[in-house]
Design a protein around this ligand. Structure first.
Ligand SMILES: *Cc1c(COP(=O)(O)O)cnc(C)c1O
Length: 496
């Protein structure tokens, strides 16, 4: 099966090539030429398998140019029980009758990004070997916190790759900073940038688009690449857990094979929920996908009206990983719904030039056949964290709480009784200050490790090992650069 661009049909490539390239030459995103279809026999075959074995079966439907001998070690290296703190890798927890949380944060950095970023580097390294590419891939990341650590951990010591993360000097929490500065591995580096997240991000973008500098790097045997969610290799691993959740619900006799379920997904870049759309198209019995946003509710408006308009106030919220006004992966959905690359190209050009586009009535109807949407502001998010703890004795993080409440609101307004799986995207320990204050705790003059302890008491659970050990790990990185000097930082890192 080949991969084509959402903006044109003329550049079909294998999955290995699509993963190395990241973005298609015409600026579009790679999508599978056709979506593989499964049947009930396939679903039944997943029931008795581990998460890793389920992953191998599903991934091989898309990575048709990979052999089993290539896919299997990728999965086995990514989802180990040393890295994940549960054998199940992604457990499904029944919080209220017929309402489940899919916990995606049991990985090494306690963030759902681990699900994809543990596997993507394995795919990249394998793809380079398959294609006989001798270059070393240099991954540049600008992070506002979570992605940087998850990417560092996923790429550390992976063959033929190097990773350099830039974070804003004043823009990340103490825990996030420590997570990055204690990162081990022979091929990793971290730089603080004097500036904010936008400075770090535009610096990275400038390096990517500097063709002279890229030529220079190529001469030295390096190729730049990124680890963000426009890469097919980052989206693909996320399809697996929709299937795995379904299989778990059947195994636990919560549903019968063939029953439909709903999924509610806390959404930023539209990657996670799009993986659910692929699962539904493949034949997983999904009734509706509900898109949950915070006050940056550009997607709620789009899914209700068909107008995507990023010209609006930007809010910094307590669910920062969803503070996004341009949801890149929406482009893939629009392509699959319309099958019309010319149309997608014109939408994306309008978005680029005016910040706004409107899809036609037929397209909107087709999207609304599957998707619903809702959003929650910070106060309602805090109330939800409080309520789930009171009613269900469950401590949810801020992103999960947004989705949980949007799911409840959906059920109330539609009376849809389909079993609901809400995707839980971060451990509450990653956002312990917001979570504790939502629970009514006084957090003034407590340092971040004291907050972890406090939360652990309320949660009656251990602090995740990756966070608990931060106090005792040595600091390995101590680099600072001006935003004008980021290229120098890359050169220093690559020793050129
Ligand atoms: C990245 C992230 C999201 C949003 O996921 P998308 O794939 O960008 O929609 C939600 N919650 C958390 C905690 C995240 O880190």
């Amino acid at each position: 099966m080949n991969y084509i661009s959402t903006r044109g049909h003329n550049c079909a490539v294998t999955s290995a090539r699509a993963i190395i390239k990241g973005l298609a030459e015409d600026g579009g995103l790679f999508v599978p030429e056709n979506i593989p279809i499964i049947d009930e026999k396939f679903l039944t075959s997943l029931l008795d398998l581990s998460y890793q074995e389920r992953a191998k079966k599903i991934l091989s439907l898309y990575l048709t140019d990979f052999t089993a001998e290539e896919i299997n070690p990728c999965v086995d290296n990514a989802y180990t029980t040393e890295k994940f703190d549960t054998d199940k890798i992604v457990p499904t927890v029944e919080v209220e009758k017929n309402n489940y949380l899919l916990e995606l944060w049991h990985g090494p950095t306690s963030a759902f990004k681990d699900m994809a970023l543990q596997l993507l580097p394995q795919f990249i390294s394998t793809s380079l070997k398959k294609l006989g590419d001798k270059d070393e891939l240099v991954i540049l990341v600008a992070t506002s916190g979570d992605t940087g650590k998850a990417a560092l951990d996923g790429f550390k010591n992976v063959d033929q790759t190097k990773i350099l993360v830039f974070y804003p000097q004043e823009g990340v929490s103490k825990i996030q900073r420590l997570q990055m500065l204690t990162q081990q591995g022979d091929n990793v580096s971290v730089f603080a940038v004097k500036g904010n997240f936008d400075d770090a991000q535009s610096g990275v973008k400038q390096i990517f688009s500097d063709s002279k500098y890229n030529e220079y790097l190529n001469e030295k045997g390096f190729k730049l690449s990124s680890a963000n969610s426009i890469n097919w290799g980052r989206l693909l691993p996320q399809i697996v857990y929709y299937f795995s959740a379904y299989a778990d619900l059947v195994n636990d006799k919560k549903i019968t094979m063939g029953d439909k379920v709903n999924f509610t997904v806390p959404t930023g870049n539209f990657g996670d929920i799009l993986a659910g759309f692929y699962a539904k198209c493949m034949g997983l019995p999904v009734n509706r996908l509900i898109c949950a946003s915070n006050s940056n509710n550009v997607l709620t408006d789009f899914l209700k009206t068909g107008t995507y308009d990023r010209n609006r106030e930007f809010f910094k919220t307590i669910s920062p990983s969803m503070d996004i006004l341009i949801s890149s992966n929406l482009e893939r959905l629009l392509y699959h719904i319309t099958n019309d690359a010319t149309k997608i190209k014109s939408y994306m050009e309008k978005l680029q030039s005016t910040g706004c586009y409107q899809v036609d009535e037929v397209t909107l109807k087709a999207i609304q056949e599957t998707f619903s949407a809702g959003y929650l502001d910070d106060n309602a998010t805090k109330k939800c964290i409080h309520d789930i703890y009171q009613q269900d004795n469950y401590v949810a993080d801020t992103h999960t709480a947004v989705a949980w409440q949007v799911a409840q609101d959906y059920q109330k307004s539609t009376q849809d009784k389909t079993p609901m799986v809400v995707l839980s995207t971060a451990s509450p320990y990653k956002f312990s200050d917001s979570v504790l204050s939502a629970l009514g705790e006084d957090i003034s003059d407590k340092d971040e490790f004291a907050l972890l302890d406090k939360l652990s008491t309320l949660n009656k659970d251990k602090i995740p090992q990756g966070l608990a050990q931060l106090q005792s790990l040595p600091i390995l990185h101590n680099n600072l650069c001006a935003k004008e000097d980021m290229i120098k930082a890359v050169n220093t890192f690559l020793n050129i």
